[in-house]
Design a protein around this ligand. Structure first.
Ligand code: SAM
Length: 404
């Protein structure tokens, strides 16, 4: 946007009472490396409220429903009504009361949904490519886009910084005061900011780099942002499908389970038991009988049998190998590329994502290779059971009763 557009937007906000008085403003929109951002107008102590935006300035599903296209919005998901509303207001041009706001919105970001085919070819083989294609076909929009979706002018100019370590939410929605029922969106600065510097927050600590790339169009150089999601499933053709599903459900899992694995972090605690459950069969199948229903999960938390443990190692390692073979580059090639400092921003995101996914896959493969090498020394259900019954001596020898 031009400087004039930003000035118009500011005037529009002041006229509508979003900012008490322009002279008393704590922050103002300004040009920053991330596009537009919020720039402190004086020294701001930590936790100072920097922006308060009343509900009448938000664009949410209520705005769409109250508008001329409102009757078309009945029954639509909030994000669909909001998208329709924005399209219509945009088409109205300067006749739209919202135009000063629409005019400062960035036409695109570096989110992967805006990437060309050529740019997308740089993330060939990644999970991010799948989620991006899913989002573009607008199938994946349900995730995280809830009922309370709202565009909040001015507050939405706040940028993310990885150096902000306070990751608690910096915003809240509150009543304006005892005489007014109008809601306001209130945003605080998590740290002290000097006059003239930009105010930042930390968007979302739980997001992986793939989430950040898809939602916002940037990534962070932090190993635990590198992640891979393992999808496991109890197959309907499994002869023990019903029992296994029942056991999974009693433990808060389902027919399909998703495990997000982050670089340098241990496997999610439910992953091994779920894997063992999925692989359970043969001579271990007695554990699925109903007499074990209350204790089965405890048994699955430890190795069940050599055959079962071997099966989970084989399946996981195969999945890792097959996933790894779909990438066009090696981690070493990616890391070499990342050393160059005038890398195109989208290419840098692509390289970071594909290197991160591969590192996590290698980490998982390593973990299961190690487990495979321990198959002979692991302790399995039968030995534990014998020990419990006092039938195994200190050295692991089986104790027989001698008839006197
Ligand atoms: N900068 C935005 C603008 O010009 O309208 C305002 C913030 S908006 C809520 C979020 C977008 O800002 C992101 O999608 C991304 O394009 C940009 N952004 C925010 N934090 C960033 C960061 N740390 N690095 C790169 N881009 C960032």
């Amino acid at each position: 946007p031009s400087e004039a557009a930003v000035d118009d937007f500011w005037r529009w906000l002041c006229e509508r009472g979003a900012v008490a008085a322009s002279s008393a403003a704590t922050v103002k929109p300004g040009f920053v490396p991330e596009g537009l951002g919020l720039v402190a107008q004086r020294d701001l102590p930590r936790n100072e409220v920097v922006v308060e935006v009343p509900k009448r300035l938000w664009i949410d599903s209520d705005t769409a429903v109250a508008s001329e296209i409102g009757r078309l919005c009945a029954g639509l998901k909030p994000w669909v009504s909001i998208a329709l509303f924005l399209l219509r207001e945009r088409a109205l041009g300067t006749a739209s009361p919202w135009h000063p706001y629409l005019d400062i919105l960035p036409p695109t970001t570096n989110s992967t949904i805006f990437w060309s085919e050529e740019e997308l070819s740089e993330i060939e083989g990644t999970q991010l490519l799948n989620t991006t294609m899913g989002a573009k076909e607008s199938r994946a929009f349900s995730r995280g886009r809830g009922e309370n979706l709202a565009l909040v002018p001015l507050a939405d100019l706040i940028n993310h910084s990885s150096s902000i370590t306070q990751v608690d939410s910096c915003w809240e929605i509150k009543g304006k005061g005892i005489f007014s029922r109008e809601l306001i969106f209130s945003l605080r600065t998590p740290v002290y900011v000097k006059s003239g510097e930009q105010v930042h927050i930390h968007y979302d600590i739980a997001k992986s780099n793939a989430d950040l790339a898809l939602d916002y169009g940037f990534v962070e150089q932090r190993p635990d942002r590198d992640a891979y999601t393992f999808t496991l499933e109890i197959s309907e053709s499994d002869p023990f499908y019903g029992d296994k599903l029942d056991i999974a459900e009693s433990n808060g899992l389902d027919e399909t389970a998703y495990f997000d694995i982050a670089l340098g972090c241990p496997l999610p605690p439910l992953m091994l038991p779920y894997l063992r459950l999925v692989a359970l069969g043969g001579t271990d199948a007695f554990l699925l009988e109903s007499v074990f229903r209350n204790t089965i999960w405890g048994h699955l938390e430890l190795p069940v049998s050599r055959a079962n443990e071997e099966a989970i190692c084989r399946v996981v390692r195969q999945a890792c190998k097959s996933a790894l073979s779909a990438y066009h580059t090696t981690v070493e090639e990616d890391e070499k590329l990342m050393e160059g400092d005038n890398l195109d921003e989208r290419l840098r995101i692509a390289v970071c994502i594909r290197a991160g996914e591969k590192k996590v896959l290698q980490q998982i493969d390593d973990a299961f290779r190690e487990r495979e090498s321990e198959l002979d020394v692991l302790e399995y259900y039968q030995e534990r059971r014998l020990k419990d019954l006092g039938l195994v001596g200190e050295q692991g020898e089986i104790i027989f009763w001698e008839s006197k």
